[in-house]
Design a protein around this ligand. Structure first.
Ligand code: NDP
Length: 451
C-alpha cells in the first residue's frame, strides 16, 4: 500500500481550512496546512472581524448624538482613525496567534508558503514536496475589479482597514454586501460617502421591500446612493481622484472603493493541470461530499461554494472531516441559512424572499410592520425599523423572515432555529413576546398585507 507524508494536506489557512485541519488532527489524522499569509483568511484579517469592529466604531457617532435626548451632555466627540487602526491591528494579530496555537495544539503541521497541486496526492510549497492521501483546497476568494481606464487608482475591501489618510470623501462602487457595509461604516465615521450602483437597487438577492427600505434608511443616515450609475474612467487630480460616469457626470473623492464582487482563488495553483474541473465562475466544482473531479481532492468555502459565508465554510469543513475521518453521516442543508448585512441599520434575513417564495410555494401570505423603535422616542433619531414575514399558505410554515433595524443580525439568528425546525405562523402567534423589545414584533404580526 502506498504511504503518504500526511493523511490530509489543507491548502489555505482561512476559516474553512483551519477548521478542517484542526478537527482532522483532533481525530488523530496526520495533517499539514499551507498558508502564504497570516492565518485566519479573509474573515479574520480583512473581512468579517475587522469590518464588525469598524461597524461598532461607526455606531458611536449615532450613539453620541442620541445620548443627548437621554439626558447626557458630551463634549464635541473627536474621532482618531489611527487609534482605531492600531487597536484593530493588535486584535487581529492576537487572533492570528490564536489560530496558530489552535492548529499547533491539535498537532497539525504548519507550512508557510504558496502551495501548488503537483498531482492528485502531491502538494508543492516552494522547493518542498509533500504527499497526502487527501488534499483540501480552502483558498477562499479575492475582490474582483472590472477593467476600466484608471483602475490602478482604486482600492478593494482588503485595503479599507488601513487607508492612510482617512478619506474625507469616499466613493463606493457596487451595491452588494461589501459595498453597503463600507458605505455605512465610513459614513458613520464621518466621511462624505457616495455609493454608485449599476442597477436600480442594492443587494439584488434580497427581498425587494428590504432592499428598498435599506436604501431609504442609508440615505437618511447620509449616504448619497445613486442608482443606474456606472463609471467610465477614473483620473487622478491634484485634489484627489475623479470618477467620470458613463453619462458624463463627475464624482470627486479621496478614495474609490470597488466592491464589485469576488472571485475564487484558483489561479496559479496547478489545479487544472492536476485535472480539477472549475465551473464558469472559476470555482472548484464539487459533489455533495465536497469532492472535486479528482477523487483525492476536496474543496470547501468561497473557492467552491455558492454561499460565501464564514459559517458555511466552517460547516462544509466539518462535513469533509466527517466524511474522511468520521462517520460519513454529516450532511449540510443550505436551506434557511440566516445572514446579516452589517449596514446602519443592519439587515437580518432567513429563508425565502417574497419573489422566491411565490416561485417555490405558489400562494403565500405576507405580514409586515414598520415602526419607530422605543429607543428613538427619546433619542431624536428618525431611524425606522422594518420587519417582514412570508408564510406558505398551504402549510402555514414561515418560509421567509426579514428585518432592517438595529441588531437585526442578533435577532434573526434565534428565529433561524425555529424556521429550520419548520415553525408555522400559528407557532409564532402562540409565542409570548418579550416586552418591550423590537424582536417581539415578529410574534405579534396579526394582519396580513393586502394582496
Ligand atoms: P456581491 O456579489 O454581493 O455584490 C457585487 C456588487 O457589485 C453588486 O451590486 C453588483 O451589481 C456589482 N457589480 C458587479 N460587477 C460589476 C461591474 N462590472 N461594474 C459595476 N458593478 C458591478 O459581492 P460582494 O463583493 O459585496 O460580496 C461577496 C460575497 O461576500 C457576498 O455575496 C457575501 O456572500 C459575502 N459577504 C458576506 C458578508 C456578511 O455576511 N455580512 C459581508 C461581506 C461579504 P448587480 O447587483 O447589478 O449585479
Amino acid at each position: 500500500m502506498r504511504t503518504f507524508d500526511f493523511d490530509l494536506f489543507v491548502i489555505g489557512g482561512g476559516s474553512g481550512g483551519v477548521r478542517a485541519a484542526r478537527m482532522a488532527a483532533q481525530r488523530g489524522a496526520r495533517v499539514a496546512l499551507a498558508e502564504c499569509a497570516e492565518l485566519g483568511g479573509t474573515c479574520v484579517n480583512v473581512g468579517c472581524i475587522p469590518k464588525k469592529l469598524y461597524s461598532y466604531a461607526a455606531g458611536y457617532a449615532e450613539a453620541f448624538e442620541e445620548a443627548t435626548g437621554f439626558g447626557w451632555d458630551l463634549g464635541e466627540p473627536r474621532f482618531d482613525w489611527n487609534r482605531l487602526k492600531s487597536n484593530r491591528a493588535r486584535e487581529i494579530q492576537r487572533l492570528n496567534e490564536v489560530y496558530r496555537s489552535l492548529l499547533e495544539g491539535a498537532g497539525a503541521t504548519l507550512v508557510q508558503g504558496w502551495a501548488q497541486l503537483a498531482d492528485a496526492h502531491t502538494v508543492q510549497v516552494g522547493e518542498r514536496r509533500f504527499t497526502a492521501q487527501h488534499v483540501l483546497i480552502a483558498t477562499g476568494g479575492m475582490p474582483f475589479v472590472p477593467d476600466l481606464p484608471g483602475r490602478e487608482h482604486v482600492v478593494v475591501s482588503d485595503a479599507m482597514f488601513d487607508l492612510d489618510p482617512f478619506p474625507k470623501r469616499l466613493l463606493v462602487v457596487g451595491g452588494g454586501y461589501i459595498a453597503c457595509e463600507f458605505a455605512s461604516i465610513f459614513n458613520g465615521l464621518g466621511a462624505e460617502v457616495v455609493q454608485l450602483q449599476r442597477s436600480a437597487h442594492l443587494l439584488s438577492d434580497f427581498d425587494e421591500d428590504i432592499r428598498e427600505f435599506l436604501a431609504k434608511e442609508m440615505r437618511r443616515a447620509g449616504v448619497d446612493i445613486r442608482f443606474n450609475a456606472e463609471i467610465a474612467s477614473i483620473r487622478r487630480l491634484d485634489s484627489g481622484l475623479c470618477a467620470i460616469l458613463s453619462r458624463g457626470q463627475r464624482v470627486e473623492a479621496d478614495a474609490i472603493l470597488f466592491a464589485t464582487g469576488r472571485v475564487p482563488n484558483t489561479q496559479g495553483m496547478g489545479l487544472e493541470a492536476a485535472g480539477i474541473v472549475l465551473d464558469a465562475q472559476g470555482r472548484v466544482e464539487v459533489d455533495a461530499r465536497y469532492r472535486s473531479s479528482v477523487p483525492s481532492v476536496y474543496a470547501v468555502g468561497d473557492v467552491s461554494t455558492r454561499q460565501q459565508l464564514t459559517p458555511v465554510a466552517l460547516a462544509e469543513a466539518m462535513a469533509v472531516v466527517d466524511t474522511l475521518f468520521g462517520t460519513g453521516k454529516r450532511r449540510l442543508d443550505y436551506d434557511y441559512t440566516p445572514t446579516a448585512v452589517f449596514t446602519h441599520p443592519n439587515i437580518g434575513t432567513c429563508g425565502y424572499t417574497e419573489a422566491a417564495a411565490r416561485a417555490r410555494f405558489g400562494a403565500v401570505t405576507l405580514y409586515s410592520s414598520e415602526f419607530r423603535a422605543l429607543r428613538h422616542t427619546l433619542s431624536g433619531s428618525a431611524e425606522r425599523t422594518f420587519m417582514k414575514l412570508i408564510v406558505d399558505k398551504a402549510s402555514d410554515r414561515v418560509v421567509g423572515l426579514h428585518m432592517v433595524g438595529p441588531d437585526a443580525g442578533e435577532i434573526v439568528q434565534g428565529f433561524a432555529v425555529a424556521m429550520r425546525a419548520g415553525a408555522t405562523k400559528a407557532m409564532f402567534d402562540s409565542t409570548i413576546g418579550i416586552h418591550p423589545t423590537v424582536a417581539e414584533e415578529f410574534v405579534t404580526m396579526r394582519e396580513p398585507m393586502p394582496g
